[in-house]
Design a protein around this ligand. Structure first.
Ligand SMILES: [Zn+2]
Length: 412
């Protein structure tokens, strides 16, 4: 069949495979008990790299309405995310004081875990969150929230209502946007003349460097280097003037952007330095991207070797967490209840459900104390310190923690 897939930014034909993870269900489509006996849709999970602009991307096989309609992720269930939100608020208000007459808009505001820190300081806030159940939680907490997808259309309506953002925040949303150009042009529209945009997203360089292939899943349409995101923003009249590397999600970037017309904030040396580092790393070299696939296959062998050894030694293994990234890992490696008896999650919305594809049951964390597994496999490895603190009691019976990404590692 002829490939007619086009780059979602520049429109070039997508001819180069970055990583092929086979077929997988949508990572956030948790199953109910009744659904276990029904057919489950699987989609190709094959990431391409554009030969012109180097945007790494997955084609969209389903509409965002289907993917994000009932999103089960509530940021407030994670202590680290709450702390991250508090630290972010302090940082941004110190650098860019926002007055009580100003407006802070957050795109993909989730359950209001971040905006509540601004609201507590008397600042006007508006959240935009397409997942109904999550937006409802924000509204109940008193955070004004629109249940919509952000794009050029919504941006125009907000401007017509006299709303422009003095601070426009988008954390962990840019990767989730199928209509990238529509989204970024909407940000340009809704940004006040001297307003600032800050966005956070996983850094492609870290994904490649640490073989974090499990961050590839259908909800993540795009994977950005600074080089590529700078091009995307520039094409819509926005300038990146600062960047910070963050430890979140295994290595993220926080970018600071402004209108191209606003000359009051010169482009920082950090932007140039990181782009030069990405260039030296190979992120403008197609061959470099094409070597990732073989490293991912080798990683799968390491993981299976480890799990097979534990099972042959008669060990019991439980999972911790039910994150989207865990589903990519389990489905690509073919890990089911034959290796992991169950997983646990603090989020009560996920408890009683089953992981998509692998059909591993999701139970409450108390189950671990009851069954005393030999190994607790932490699926959201980016939160491993927090989880090892919370589950420290497994050491009472000699239980050990393990992570599989970036390396197979056991913590005695
Ligand atoms: Zn492209």
């Amino acid at each position: 069949m002829k490939n007619t897939l086009a780059c979602r930014f520049c429109g070039s034909l997508l001819e180069h495979t970055f990583v092929d993870l086979g077929v997988s269900p949508l990572a956030n489509s948790y199953l109910t008990e009744e659904q276990l006996n029904k057919m489950e849709p699987f989609y190709p999970l094959k990431a391409y790299v554009c030969g012109s602009c180097f945007l790494v991307q997955l084609p969209a096989y389903e509409s965002p309405e289907i993917i994000f309609g009932e999103y089960a992720y509530f940021s407030s269930y994670s202590d680290s995310w709450l702390a991250h939100g508090r630290d972010y608020t302090e940082m941004v208000l110190e650098r860019y004081p926002v007055g009580t007459k100003d407006l802070v808009i957050e795109i993909a505001s989730n359950d209001g875990y971040l905006l509540r820190y601004f609201q507590a300081r008397g600042i006007n806030v508006l959240g935009i969150e397409p997942a109904k159940n999550v937006a409802e939680a924000a509204r109940k907490a008193g955070i004004p929230t629109l249940v919509e997808f952000f794009g050029a259309d919504l941006a125009n309506r907000l401007v017509n209502e006299g709303k422009k953002a003095d601070l426009l925040i988008g954390n962990n949303v840019l990767a989730h946007v199928p209509g990238l150009n529509d989204f970024v042009s909407g940000m340009k529209t809704v940004l006040a003349p001297s307003g600032i945009i800050t966005m956070e997203f996983p850094h492609l360089m870290r994904l490649i460097d640490e073989n974090q292939f499990d961050t590839i899943y259908h909800e993540h349409f795009s994977y950005f280097s600074l080089i590529t995101v700078e091009k995307v923003f520039a094409s819509h009249g926005l300038v990146l003037f600062d960047v910070k590397e963050l430890p979140t999600h295994g290595g993220s970037l926080r970018i600071f952007a402004r209108n191209a017309e606003d000359a009051s904030r010169p482009v920082n040396a950090r932007v140039m330095e990181l782009m030069a580092r990405e260039h030296a790393y190979g992120l403008k070299d197609l061959d470099y991207y094409r070597t990732s696939g073989s490293r991912v296959k080798e990683k799968k062998r390491d993981i299976l070797e480890f799990l097979i050894r534990l099972k042959r030694e008669g060990k019991s293994i439980a999972g911790y967490g039910a994150p989207a990234k865990g589903n990519t890992l389990l489905n690509y490696c073919g890990i089911r209840t034959d290796f992991i008896e169950y997983t646990v999650d603090r989020n009560p919305h996920k408890q009683g459900c089953f992981l998509p594809g692998s059909q591993i049951p999701i139970l409450s964390p108390e189950k671990v104390r009851e069954t005393r597994p030999d190994y607790l496999l932490i699926l959201p490895w980016n939160l491993k310190d927090e989880i090892m603190g919370q589950m420290d009691h497994i050491r009472e019976w000699g239980g050990r923690f393990a992570v599989l990404i970036p390396e197979v590692e056991v913590f005695p």
